[in-house]
Design a protein around this ligand. Sequence first.
Ligand code: NAP
Length: 502
Amino acid sequence: MTDSPQGKHLIAGAWTRSAATFRSAPAQGPARVFSSGDAELVDRAAQAAEAAFWTYGSAPRRTRADFLDAIAAEIEARAEAITEIGRQETGLPPARLEGERGRTIGQLRLFADHIRQGDYLDRRHDPALPDRQPLPRPDLRLMQRPIGPVAVFGASNFPLAFSTAGGDTASALAAGCPVVVKGHPAHPGTGEIVAQAIDAAIRATGMPAGTFSFIHGDSHEVGAALVRHPLIRAVGFTGSLRGGRALYDLCAARPEPIPFFGELGSINPVFVLPHAAAARGRQIAQGWTASLTMGAGQFCTNPGLLVLPAAAADAMLDAASAALADAAEQVMLTEGIAAAYCEGRDRIAGMAQAVLESDSRGRNALPSLYRTTADAFLASRAMGEEVFGPLGLAVTVQDDDEMLDLARALEGQLTATLQMDQGDMALAGRLMPVLERKAGRVLANGWPTGVEVADAMVHGGPYPASTNFGATSVGTMAIRRFLRPVCYQDLPDALLPEDLRG
Ligand code: NAP
């Protein structure tokens, strides 16, 4: 069993080096040399994925389910090696990496069960009505079919659950789509070991070699070549608004545009309603800071914005500031992310009033807290832009109407949270129609970090939370992104997909 990175790409079953290389920049431990991909390797991987699609895409569901279970088992077999290199590359603590590995394996098994059950096929049948007047009705059957090869970009902030074998890959493979992954250069060794696990599962279950390829890269060339490749049918992405938007525009500019499922950015507003603020403001403030600093704030669901009644603000922000002042420095995922955090903090500092200022150094981050008024927030679009890291912005409102105005002015969000008591029900009822339009997930009296992988989960939302607000990148509904409905009219049974016969 291979469980150490060799610095190679996996192209259709062959481990390959390329002339160009890059050095990893781990948080701790030795830097390693990795091959860096190019357009020619992308072409080979995409051609192999297309060739594999003709068998993999129409393989029985149980075959694909067994393959997903085999990937989970191969990842489990490499557990220690994955945690060790993940710790070195990302600086994330082993417990977080172990938890994320469990989630990754759980996701693969969830999709295996999901496709075994078969409800996702959404099979429909309108039987023929030969005697209908004035015209007969034909026999119509509908079923979801896989779309073809899918490109997946590994995310910097989830080296396992949103990367090489993460939710995008698991849902695409479950749908019947071969996958080409562009590994994230922040954790290339982790990505390569997971690719070794998928390669082993392909061999063990006899899947076509082109079902999965993995390309290292630290230049935009690989990503751009991948989304432009004519054989790629859709893209799954988690990352920055700027990078995601650039790739989305490339997808739209292709001679044949393809869907780009990007999860880009969100400030995840938390609305503290007046009765809850009066009854348990300090407790809410402390809960907020715990969610805000989890994982150094490097979660897409980080609750960066707190909207609260002005009357409760001083007491709540004192409590939040006291809780944050005790927070220890946390190492960030990359030097680039640490630098972007400091830039974002300085940007907010130029627009809002400091409650707790921090002096983060190098790759380490300390939390910061700022406050402003609804008037000032509504006047400045820049205050609503995501700062990726442990930064909180509290916006005070004078009354219920101002809270509603602020909610209406927000951009699309992954989540919106209500902190409310029974006495807040009327205001919550007024906010709900607005929040439903703004966010993919609306929560009451919880915190948005910690996303369940489940049937009813939505991890998506209107732009810029995601580029496609009908989709989710977490939970079983994520499979829909890589399917399209086909209607079969009057086809003999023998020509129908196996799942539609009879
Ligand atoms: P990123 O810069 O968006 O990069 C993600 C992936 O996209 C990388 O593989 C990158 O390839 C590729 N890429 C980016 N721009 C491209 C372009 N113009 N053409 C082709 N490929 C392109 O995200 P990141 O590196 O993970 O982190 C940077 C910032 O993103 C963070 O500071 C943070 O603000 C934000 N972020 C947000 C979330 C979220 O969930 N909201 C998650 C992670 C990061 P290369 O190898 O060429 O760089």
